[in-house]
Design a protein around this ligand. Sequence first.
Ligand code: GLU
Length: 409
Amino acid sequence: MSSMSPFENAMKQLKKSAEMLKLEPWITEALSNPQKIIDVHFRVKTKSGIRTFHGYRVQYNNSRGPFKGGIRFHPNVDIDEVKALSFWMTIKNAVCNVPFGGGKGGVTVDPKKLDKEELEALSRAYIKAIHSDIGSDVDIPAPDVYTTPEMMAWMADEFGKLRGKYDPAVITGKPLDKGGSIGRDNSTALGGVYVLEEAVKVYGIKEKTVAIQGFGNAGSWAAKILHERGYRIVAIADSRGEIINPEGIDVVKLAEFKEKTGSVLGFPGAKQTDKSIFETECSILIPAALENQITSENAGKIKAKLILELANGPTAPEADEILKGKTIIVPDVLANSGGVMGSYFEWVQNKKDERWDASKFDKELKTKITEAFNNLYFTSNQRRITLREAAYVVAVGRIADAMKGEKNA
Ligand code: GLU
């Protein structure tokens, strides 16, 4: 594990871009802290009695538009992590040029230990605890690790009840029949694949073998889409372990297997291995789980030519330095931005009471994310910096411009 906390890592990235941009100190100072932290304890009736949970919503910056970012249900959620994730959302929304600031929420909970009824009670109680601070023009949550469209529906419904009016635009990532959008369910992975296809072209990566860490929403969709596009998925890891098959894993069958058993382990079409996923012989590595996974300890063992960061913050800054010049990293704030772009499209549809079809959604996603990639690729070549450095230079520049335009700046 990296010795740095996720937020310390995030601040290192900010400092570096501030130096490159020769940012005015007041802007760096303002961007070194979230604008608001909402820290709540709330009660939920569970089968084992009434329990108190700890939740957060961090509103990092809204200079470019309402705070926007997901809600995470995970046992390791703490304030440091949510702060980092909300900062990265601020950067991401600026990189992909959607009119949002950045925020993030989380509850410290192992959702795998709760049943459906308890999860509904938890989702509703969390929204009740933070509702006065969110709204469709103020702060718009969405799904993240271990939160689902169904939970978003409960949250939007609860918010509507508390305010006396249902406003679907308050939360994105909803199911289709609750004001969700076609395409949002796999937009994180699909956006990542669109970026990958551009990246392999410009960096001349011919071999199409892939290892994926994480088989949740982003990882499993990415595996499926890449498989359909002729990539060979040679290794997959989930929170319990890793499976490998150099001939290629049948990811459709694997998804059915995981649905039944809860893990990729024991899948008959591959071998279980104790080796770290990051050491896999492959050309493309996709971390699609949690932050701080690629560190100074394992970065040197990576064989992939390109890393596509579908997770948020998977690579620690010291690992970035080790990989520089050896491995292309398509950074999280671009690679996984298809998720929030999809959320933006859903929000626009809700606001305008429109319904897009699949081809319109797909066309907008592809155009917007390709444009974001080309912009970063151009900046990285022009300044001779990595794609991540380019992402921060572009994003922090845009946020700084917005901050300078504010009355009280
Ligand atoms: N949780 C996703 C992310 O980290 C999506 C956020 C959103 O759609 O607001 O980008």
